[in-house]
Structure formats: C-alpha cells, structure tokens
Design a protein around this ligand. Structure first.
Ligand code: F6P
Length: 341
C-alpha cells in the first residue's frame, strides 16, 4: 500500500514525531511505502510531493515544526480543488492519505472522506480545542513555554511595580491561557469563552497592588470585552475565514494604565508558543497517534480520527473531532478565579 502524509494549518511541536512513528511502524510492520505531500492541502492540490521513508525521518523526533511544511490552503475554496486532489492521489498511486491537522485541515479531511477519499485524521493544535480527544499534542509544549514566560515576568513586574499583561494564543478557546495562567500563578486570566469587564479587571489589579505584589494578567488572543465595556481590534481573514488576531494584550495594558494609573506593559508570546522542541508528553502523544493511525490505515478504517481518552488511543469518526470546538467550561474557569486579584 502507498500512504500519503500531509501536515496542515498552524505548525505545532510533535508533528515530526507523528510522521516518524507512521513511517517507522508502516515500513517495519506492514511494508507500506510513503509519499510526503508538501505544505498542507496545497501538496495534493498542486502535486507538490517529497520522498518520505526511514532516511527522511531519522533524527526528527525532537525537532519542532514539520519536515513536510504547512499552509492554510482550503481546497474547497479553489475551483475544481477536490477533483485535482483525487487526480493527483491517483496519479501518485496513493491508496490512503493521513492528514495531520486541526479543525480546518481535518474539516477538509471530513468532507473528502464523505466523497470517498481514503483519509485518516490525526488531531494537532496547540490550542487543544478539538472535540473528541482529551488532549492534542503541541498543547503541553505551548503551556510550558507560556508558564516559563509568566514565571520570568513575575520577577521583573515585582521589581518595577508594574502590571504585566501576557498575551497567549487561543483564538476561540482559552485552554492555553487557563493552564499556563493556573500553573504560572497569574492574578487574572481572560479567555474568549468569558467576555471580560475591564472595570472589574482594574479592581483586581488594584487589589493585587494593595497586597504589595504586582499583577500578571494572562489574556488569550481571542478574549473579548463584554459588550459596551471597550472595543476590539479587527484584522484580515485567512482562507478558512479566521481573523488574524493580536492586539488585545496591548489594548488591555493601555486600558489598565489609563484607568488605574499603574504602569502596565504587554508581552505577546506569539509564535514562540508553537516553535521549538516538543515536551516529553507531546512526543509521547504524537508518537502514539502515529502508531495508531498507521494501524487504522492497515485496517482500512477510513474516515476516522485518532483520539486520546484517558491514556488510551481510540478511533472516532472524523466528524466527531471537527463538528464542534471544545471550549473551557464555566466550572473550570471558576476554579481559576479563586486566585484572581
Ligand atoms: O490555530 C492555532 C493557532 O496557534 C491559533 O491559536 C492562532 O490564532 C493561530 O494559530 C495563528 O496562526 P498563524 O499566525 O500561523 O496564522
């Protein structure tokens, strides 16, 4: 059997660990051949391929990024996109395609599976917002990067009696903000699921200063003010219609400074959260997703996605992972609120 592999969407630590596991087990246990498609769905769309075998996956386990490249190409937004993909898969003799991606990449995989393409999905995103799986790989690394930054920012904020607002990724879901904020001892956490009132944020900032400590505010990039309290910055959209975010951290810091008179700085962690070597947990999860995905190919269990349930890897229909985003619940947010102010 010839297996195509692609990685789509925002890159994420652990992608290479999945690719390595697929190729190692597929070659050793089943005698499969592999073909790499470059840059997400652009690869099968424009027939951009690369050799993928044991030599190409040697040494890539700890490497961040993806050796296959990535893009946010949406074939359903391109004339004859689906036909081009089917034609190129056939021309390359590819019998099964493994798509490693988040809601958008796997959303495309779901539609292609419905059209009869032999696709298997592996969930990835640092945002951890895919349903059906307890965790996605990349999330743990992003949380650790953000936690370390928060630890460092505490000491400099204390020295200067400043407010530091730390902007983390998370467009629709506040998982990174919540986990990094809790583990880094943030004094306020703002997430997209809970629109915030800037007046309340300022009260918490002032109460923190009254105890002679400097507040650290962690804000997810997709956090929004409650209606009527302040405005947000709009940006361009990508091929999946997502707004390019960024700017809420600066905005919150400026509002805090003007309302409380306390010097405030914003730090945007941005793509540092996505780059670099994966944590042990992410290497473990990504490797196991790869091993199980290649078994699914062997079983010809197409249209499925790998998912973590407890410590087990299970197969679920692709649509279960992409149908609905997994959001932070009010109960989980309330746990963190104990430490606010
Ligand atoms: O989807 C993952 C993610 O990391 C989001 O949290 C963020 O909004 C987005 O990617 C930014 O990605 P890029 O800058 O690559 O478009």
């Amino acid at each position: 059997m010839r297996v195509g592999v692609l990685t789509g969407g925002g890159d994420c630590p652990g992608l290479n660990a999945v690719i390595r596991a697929l190729v190692r087990k597929g070659t050793r246990d089943y005698g499969f051949e592999f073909l790499g498609f470059r840059d997400g769905w652009r690869g099968p769309l424009d027939n951009i391929t690369m050799q993928l075998g044991i030599p190409q996956v040697r040494g890539i386990l700890p490497r961040g990024g993806t050796i296959l490249g990535s893009s946010r190409t949406n074939p359903f937004k391109i004339d004859d996109g689906v036909e081009k993909i089917s034609k190129n898969l056939q021309a390359n003799g590819v019998d099964a395609l493994i798509a490693i991606g988040g809601e958008d990449t796997l959303g495309v995989a779901t539609k292609l599976a419905d059209l009869g393409v032999h696709v298997i999905g592996v969930p990835k995103t640092i945002d951890n917002d895919l349903s059906a799986t307890d965790f996605t790989f990349g999330f743990d690394t992003a949380v650790n990067v953000a936690m370390e930054a928060i630890d460092r920012l505490h000491t400099t904020a204390e020295s200067h009696h400043r407010v530091v607002v730390v902007e983390v990724m998370g467009r629709h879901a506040g998982w990174i903000a919540l986990h990094a904020g809790l583990s880094g001892g943030a004094n306020i956490i703002l997430i997209p699921e809970q629109p915030f009132d800037i007046a309340k944020v300022c009260e918490l900032v002032e109460s923190r200063f009254r105890t002679n400590y400097s507040p650290i505010v962690v804000v997810a990039e997709g956090a929004v003010p409650a209606e009527g309290t302040t405005t947000i910055i709009e940006g361009e959209t990508d091929a999946f219609g997502h707004v390019r975010l960024g700017g809420i951290g600066d905005r919150v810091a400026a509002e805090i400074e003007s309302r409380t008179g306390q010097e405030s700085r914003a730090v945007v962690l941005g793509h540092t959260q996505r780059g670099g070597t994966p944590t042990a947990f992410d290497r473990w999860l990504a490797t196991r997703f790869g091993l199980h995905a290649i078994e699914a190919v062997h079983d010809e269990d197409f249209g499925t996605m790998m998912a973590l349930r407890g410590t087990d890897i299970v197969r679920v229909p692709l649509v279960e992972g992409t149908g609905e985003l997994k959001l932070v619940t009010p109960e989980l947010y309330a746990e963190a609120e104990v430490f606010f102010g």
